[in-house]
Design a protein around this ligand. Structure first.
Ligand code: 8YV
Length: 332
């Protein structure tokens, strides 16, 4: 904890919205990254040595090496983002470093993007848009049998991970006439199931073999790494689609690329990838894949809300209270 004569040093690894940076400058000795160049691992080690609070994002690997070389002042890692798979949580906990995140404020935006992909892939939205803009296309006009996709109304959606975002996806999907199925570690409350008319599957395998569209909405943890493994991907119907706005690591991406290439499933809508920013070329080049560059929470409003959450977590902590969004609630 810094002495009362100096402002706490907050190191922010990426460029944040202007209003967030302005507020951080007012409150803290904020070291900002105005060029938005991602830090190298050795720069992250340096940052952890200097900072009272580190504010990383999904693009920073805050691993054991970074945390174990942290200076004595580093007591809080206030992640700008909900997913914390970029941070070695065990090492942080063992060293008494609190980790916070930004849950809730990106739920609706991410659910919107998920719904957009659920629509875009079966209805060939990206293909059609690219076609019309391509001067080589010379569109000849409407045709009864051209650019046909598949109806989503009445189909079965299988949500993997029925937390905040999964439930928000379910609410949207129900309004589009999809039947809601889900797999989750725990069954959700009966009222929620009733509201969504949702069917719970304790067995992920059984759900996967029966649904038409799979939406991945669980966090990436050691338990969910390659949850959609090669074996499980083989359970999908040949007409099934997969949408992933959570984390690439939840799906065995090589196998996904292979089965799409082989026509073993109908397609995928992907906002996240296993080795970002690298994207498997088979996925990129496939007409059956709509690929987005991790845009799920990319709204001006969402990013400002995330920044405000980060500031609240830092300020609360520096004022001697438990920051609200502790990843390990027992720690303070
Ligand atoms: C964020 C996300 O923009 O919050 C998350 O978990 O996946 C993204 O939408 C990103 O993580 C920021 O660090």
């Amino acid at each position: 904890m810094p002495s009362s004569t100096r402002k706490p040093v907050i190191i922010v690894t990426r460029k944040l919205p202007d209003v967030v940076e302005t507020r951080m400058r007012e409150l803290f000795d904020a070291r900002l990254n105005v060029d938005d160049r991602p830090l190298t691992q050795s720069e992250l080690v340096e940052a952890a040595k200097t900072a009272d609070v580190l504010v990383p994002t999904v693009t920073d690997r805050i691993d054991r090496a970074v945390i174990s070389q942290a200076g004595p002042n580093l007591k809080l890692i206030a992640n700008f983002g909900t997913g914390v798979d970029n941070i070695d949580l065990d090492t942080a906990r063992n060293r008494g470093v609190i980790v916070t995140n930004t849950p809730g404020v990106l739920t609706e935006d991410t659910a919107d993007m998920t719904m957009a992909l659920i629509l875009a892939v079966p209805r060939r939205l990206a293909e059609g848009a690219v076609y019309l803009k391509d001067p080589k296309s010379h569109w000849g006009g409407w045709s009864p049998t051209w650019m046909l996709g598949h109806r989503i109304f009445g189909k079965r959606l299988g949500i993997v991970g029925m937390g905040r975002i999964g439930s928000a996806v379910a609410r949207r999907a129900k309004a589009f006439g999809l039947q809601i199925h889900y797999h989750n570690r725990r069954r959700v409350a009966a009222e929620v199931e009733q509201e969504l008319e949702a069917t719970y599957w304790e067995s992920l395998d059984q759900m996967l073999s029966r649904v038409d569209i799979v939406s991945v909405n669980c966090p990436h943890t050691p338990a969910t790494y390659h949850l959609l493994s090669a074996r499980r991907l083989k359970l999908l119907k040949p007409t099934a689609y997969i949408v992933n706005t959570a984390r690439g690591e939840v799906i065995d991406e090589n196998e996904l690329a292979r089965i799409i290439d082989a026509g073993a499933i109908a397609g995928a809508g992907l906002d996240v990838f296993e080795h970002e920013p690298a994207v498997n070329p088979k996925l990129l080049n496939s007409e059956r894949v709509v690929a987005l560059p991790h845009m799920g929470s990319a709204t001006v409003e969402g990013r400002i809300d995330m920044g405000e959450k980060v500031i609240i977590n830092i300020k609360t902590f520096l004022d001697g209270h438990a920051p609200p969004d502790r990843v390990h609630p027992a720690m303070f």
